[in-house]
Design a protein around this ligand. Structure first.
Ligand SMILES: C[S@@+](CC[C@H](N)C(=O)[O-])C[C@H]1O[C@@H](n2cnc3c(N)ncnc32)[C@H](O)[C@@H]1O
Length: 171
C-alpha cells in the first residue's frame, strides 16, 4: 500500500503527478483533432446498434461479442506513457531499443469493431502496420469506411504517414 512521504503527500498521487508531467498533452489534443475529424460519422451509439442488430438477427449470445469502444484520449495517454516512461530503453522488459521509441512496429486489435483503436494507433504512432480483425460483418464494413476516411483525409495531416498502414480483416 502507498504511504505518505515527508511532505505529507500520498506517494501514489505524487507518482501519478510526475507521470503526467512527462506526458505531452498538447500532442494528445492535436492528435485528437485528427481522430475526431476522421471518426465524426461513427459515434459509439452507431457501433452499438449495428452490433446488436446483427447479434439479434443471428442469435449470437456470446458475451465476448458485446460492443464497447475505447475513448481516444485514454488510448493516446497510454501510448504517451509507453513512449515517455514505460517503454524507455532498458525499462521493464524493454531491451536497448525500448518500445515506441522510434517509428515502426506492429499494432494488433483482435475484435476491432468500427476500427477505432486501429485508427487511433495509426494516428498516435508511425507503425509499420496496424491490424484489426472483426467477426461481425456490419462492424467490419463500417471499419472499412472509417479507414478510407483516415487514408484520404486523416493521414495527410500527420507527419511521415505516406503509406496505407491500416489493414482490416473480417473473421
Ligand atoms: C468491446 S468491443 C471492442 C471494439 C474495439 N476494439 C474498440 O475498442 O473500439 C469487442 C469487439 O470484438 C469483436 N469480437 C469478439 N470476439 C471476436 C473474435 N473471436 N474475432 C473477431 N472479433 C471478435 C466483437 O464483435 C466486438 O466488436
Amino acid at each position: 500500500m502507498a504511504g505518505k512521504n515527508i511532505s505529507g503527500k500520498d506517494e501514489e498521487q505524487e507518482r501519478r503527478a510526475l507521470m503526467m508531467e512527462k506526458i505531452d498533452m498538447g500532442a494528445v489534443l492535436e492528435a485528437k483533432e485528427v481522430y475526431d475529424a476522421v471518426m465524426q460519422s461513427f459515434p459509439t451509439t452507431l457501433g452499438k446498434s449495428v452490433s446488436k442488430k446483427e447479434r439479434d438477427e443471428l442469435g449470437l449470445k456470446d458475451a465476448s461479442l458485446v460492443y464497447g469502444e475505447i475513448t481516444f484520449e485514454t488510448f493516446a495517454i497510454v501510448m504517451e506513457k509507453i513512449k515517455k516512461v514505460y517503454g524507455l530503453p532498458f525499462t521493464n522488459s524493454c531491451g536497448p531499443a525500448g518500445m515506441l521509441q522510434s517509428r515502426g512496429g506492429i499494432f494488433y486489435d483482435l475484435g476491432s469493431g468500427t476500427g477505432k483503436p486501429v485508427i487511433a494507433a495509426a494516428i498516435c504512432h508511425n507503425f509499420d502496420v496496424c491490424y484489426g480483425i472483426e467477426v461481425l460483418e456490419g462492424l467490419y464494413s463500417m471499419s472499412l469506411d472509417a479507414m478510407n476516411i483516415y487514408n484520404t483525409k486523416g493521414k495527410a495531416r500527420l507527419a511521415g504517414r505516406s503509406t496505407d498502414t491500416c489493414k482490416l480483416t473480417s473473421g
